[in-house]
Ligand binder design. Structure first.
Ligand SMILES: Nc1ncnc2c1ncn2[C@@H]1O[C@H](COP(=O)(O)OP(=O)(O)OP(=O)(O)O)[C@@H](O)[C@H]1O
Ligand SMILES: [Mg+2]
Length: 281
């Protein structure tokens, strides 16, 4: 069994309180607390005694080897599954129904509804909240141009590229206006330039409208640019190997931020933890 060298409690507590919303667990930006979480699929243990805390309006990145349990962890946070043991709280919500209510979840696969147009897919969460079709289309449509989807409002998912589908799914998650965003590799199928642009856009959006975010990615640079802290997970069953604080979260100038010496040093440390975690299996 490998050593669990997660961030010391005091440092984790600092992260948990830093950037907390003035109103504490208000409607937007609920804090997340995960304690002693374990989960299995039959005999396959995917998560083992995992502890994580995210402040209200904090952004936490999760990186870890493929198959270690990252998507499972997001599904547990979002209330789509019940953990075998341990506790998950989103603000004051503990049960799966309450967690689902507070969380907008973007799954790894885009899960667009094939019979709806791009704009109606994007507006789905608004429609579910009872917003009228024209208003929902207006709200979701206002972001289409910025997301590089202008002109594709009426296209069906089958007529979109993988990256475009992903952007529609991302847009759908954002317009849901939930306090917690659980994002599973939201930019995975984008080319490098578009990906950097989307990261900059999300950084700006979170500066303007802070939410509590858990972001799963295989891209360490993306995690360290967008997040306040990044948890490096072990190979399955996932536990936190190390938690690293990002030097300049969501800086306006992405290029300057990711090339700064301090950023490069933290990135190397995260890569080393990832390599060691993967080879410890
Ligand atoms: N519904 C399920 N039933 C049974 N096993 C599952 C289920 N979902 C995931 N698993 C298994 O649990 C493990 C963790 O899967 P998960 O999708 O959480 O990994 P991941 O870290 O998100 O991987 P990746 O980086 O490749 O997306 C894998 O071995 C996977 O096969
Ligand atoms: Mg996954």
């Amino acid at each position: 069994m490998r050593q669990d060298t997660k961030m010391p409690t005091a440092e984790a507590r600092d992260f948990a309180t830093e950037g907390a919303s003035p109103s504490g667990t208000g409607a937007i930006g609920a804090a997340i607390s995960i304690r002693g979480l374990s989960h299995s699929y039959g005999d396959l243990q995917t998560i083992e005694r995992l502890d994580l805390t995210v402040a209200a309006h904090g952004v936490l990145g999760l990186v870890g080897p493929s198959g270690c349990g990252k998507s499972t962890l997001l599904e547990l946070i979002a209330g789509l599954q019940e953990p075998e043991s341990g506790a998950i709280e989103l603000g004051d919500a503990r049960d799966p129904h309450g967690r689902l209510d507070r969380c907008a979840y973007m799954p790894q696969r885009d899960l667009l509804l094939p019979w709806l147009s791009a704009i109606d897919n994007a507006a789905l969460a608004l429609r579910n909240r009872g917003v009228r079709r024209a208003q929902a289309r207006r709200e979701a449509g206002s972001l289409f141009e910025r997301f590089g989807l202008g002109g594709f409002e009426s296209a069906s998912p089958a007529e979109l590229s993988g990256g475009m589908r992903q952007r529609v799914a991302f847009l759908r998650t954002l317009v849901a206006e939930k306090p917690v965003l659980a994002l599973d590799e939201p930019f995975a199928s984008l080319d490098a330039i578009t990906r950097a642009e989307m990261q900059e856009w999300l950084a700006g959006a979170l500066r303007a409208d802070p939410r509590t975010v858990v972001l799963v990615t295989h891209d360490v640079e993306e995690a360290l640019y967008l997040c306040d802290a990044v948890a490096v997970l072990s190979a399955r069953p996932a536990c936190v190997l190390e938690q690293l604080r990002a030097p300049s979260p969501r800086a306006a100038n992405r290029n300057a931020a990711v090339t700064a010496q301090e950023f490069v040093t933290v990135r190397e440390r995260a890569m080393r933890a990832l390599r060691e975690g993967a080879s410890a299996t």
